[in-house]
Design a protein around this ligand. Structure first.
Ligand code: GDP
Length: 446
């Protein structure tokens, strides 16, 4: 998501590189390029207008900043304006003072509501809550069953009308679910409602009736980020018809443009609270406007990366690694290299992961070619080495390399390449550890 926008903005900023001062003409030209970039990414026109005028005004009035060159100044302004458009602060879920907290999901059919219900339930459960899922989508055939399957995967109970009891009344099911939650001491009730392929009055009325029956603490509008400009129209219709408190963007993994994400919060005045970026239950996270902005600007979403790393890494191992990075060059061995790679793997697909690192936009294509098989090969090579070789790869002479290639079913050239890479990585890590990051932190090529 956002690749097109990201690439275009990066190119725009590159044009500013090396300029000592920005003239009005420079600012106008930059603003025009940013405008095209936003429009191409499907950002709604009113949002684009507001964005451009703010950037222009601020760039003109910008104080000559000691520490920043003009390109960095523009990036800083664009970054701050992006954050503002995306809703500013991260908005957290509000919990009811007296449980259960009721969360109602609304949105079009196919927006990813039911999947989202499962993700949200699992996320809450992981935090120690006891959620229950409520199947109030009785329109779509199989919707109840789908929710039951998802509930089972998430390890969360599902409240649904008993089969054979006729079709059932979704409003009544929703109402009963609250009593059920009270009786069973569930502290969060997540109500999945019916959607249609398009907006229609009957759907809005049903959602409004469910809302009145369960009096939600949070109504979340779920929207597929891939539907482009329609996202804004749909959001407006739901805001008028049912009302909502927050937005969930789904399928952020799908499209290269993603303007919907940049428009919905601004147009509706409701913040994006969660983002969904895949079909698996864990492809889900709290939405942070600032992190999203830096990801769009190619500065990398380092904070999310760190958080994911913290989840996957054993804390002690991480500390050990940090110590090694900060310490002498010789401390970092091939064992560590392998261990690190295996940990990286725990974090998910390598290209998704590397996409979060600063400056990766430009080499994304190469990254996309790295696949897990290559990691398997690297692991096999390292595992074919003796402990002494892993600790001190300098001892790897030709005959040792040949033996390792045979042992791991690879070519000597693969072994050579890996060893070379390892030395490069070690050098790079030493530079990082000494804080030798050029330019503004995380801003590539500036
Ligand atoms: P609902 O009709 O709103 O309940 O939508 P569903 O939850 O049934 O989702 C519709 C389709 O979108 C399903 O095939 C889901 O697997 C898929 N889906 C949901 N969320 C995501 C996401 O974040 N990324 C991708 N790629 N697919 C998703």
């Amino acid at each position: 998501m956002f690749e097109t926008l990201s690439d275009r903005l990066t190119a725009t900023f590159k044009n500013l590189r090396g300029k000592g001062r920005l003239s009005d003409a420079d600012i106008d030209a930059t603003a025009r390029e940013i405008r095209v970039a936003l429009l191409e990414a499907d950002v709604a026109l009113p949002v684009v207008r507001q964005f451009i005028s703010a950037v222009k005004e601020r760039a003109r009035g910008a104080e000559v900043h000691q520490a920043l060159n003009p390109a960095q100044q523009v990036i800083k302004i664009v970054n701050e304006e992006l954050i503002r458009i995306l809703g500013g602060e991260t908005r957290r879920l509000r919990f009811a003072k007296t449980p259960p907290t009721v969360i109602m999901l609304a949105g079009l059919q196919g927006s990813g509501k039911t999947t989202l219900a499962g993700k949200l339930a699992k996320w809450l459960k992981d935090q120690g809550h006891q959620p229950v899922l409520v199947a109030a989508d009785l329109q779509r055939p199989n919707a109840v069953q789908q929710l039951q399957v998802i509930g089972e995967r998430a390890g969360v109970p599902v409240f649904a009308p008993a089969p054979g009891n006729g079709v059932g009344d979704p409003v009544e099911v929703a109402r009963q679910s609250i009593e059920h939650a009270r009786a069973k001491l569930y502290d969060v009730v997540i109500v999945d409602t019916a959607g249609r392929l398009g907006i229609d009055e009957e759907m809005m009325k049903q959602a409004a009736d469910i809302r009145d029956a369960v009096r939600p603490d949070e109504i979340l509008f779920v929207v597929d980020a891939m539907i482009g400009q329609d996202a804004v129209t749909t959001a407006q219709a739901f805001l008028d018809g049912v009302g909502f408190d927050g937005v969930v963007l789904t399928k952020l993994d799908g499209d290269a443009r993603g303007g919907a994400a940049l428009s919905v919060a601004y147009v509706t005045g409701r913040q994006v609270m969660f983002a969904s970026n895949g079909e698996k239950l864990d492809d889900f996270d709290v939405f942070h406007p600032d992190r999203m902005a830096s990801r769009i600007l190619g500065m990398g979403d380092v904070l999310t990366l760190i958080e994911q790393a913290e989840k996957a890494f054993d804390a002690q191992q991480a500390e050990e690694m940090a110590r090694k990075l900060a310490g002498a060059e010789q401390d970092f061995t091939l064992e560590d290299f392998l261990q690190q790679m295996e940990q990286v793997r725990k974090l998910g697909s390598i290209s998704k992961l590397l996409g979060m690192l600063p400056g990766m936009n430009e080499i994304r294509d190469q990254i996309n070619q790295i696949d897990d098989r290559e990691l398997d090969r690297i692991a096999a090579i390292i595992k074919s080495m003796t402990p002494a070789e892993r600790r001190d790869p300098k001892i790897l002479n030709a005959s040792r390399r040949a033996r390792i290639a045979r042992g791991s079913g690879t070519q000597v050239s693969d072994v050579n390449q890996l060893v070379e890479r390892f030395f490069e990585a070690r050098k790079f890590m030493n530079q990082m550890a000494r804080g030798a990051m050029p330019g503004l932190p995380g801003m590539p090529g500036l």
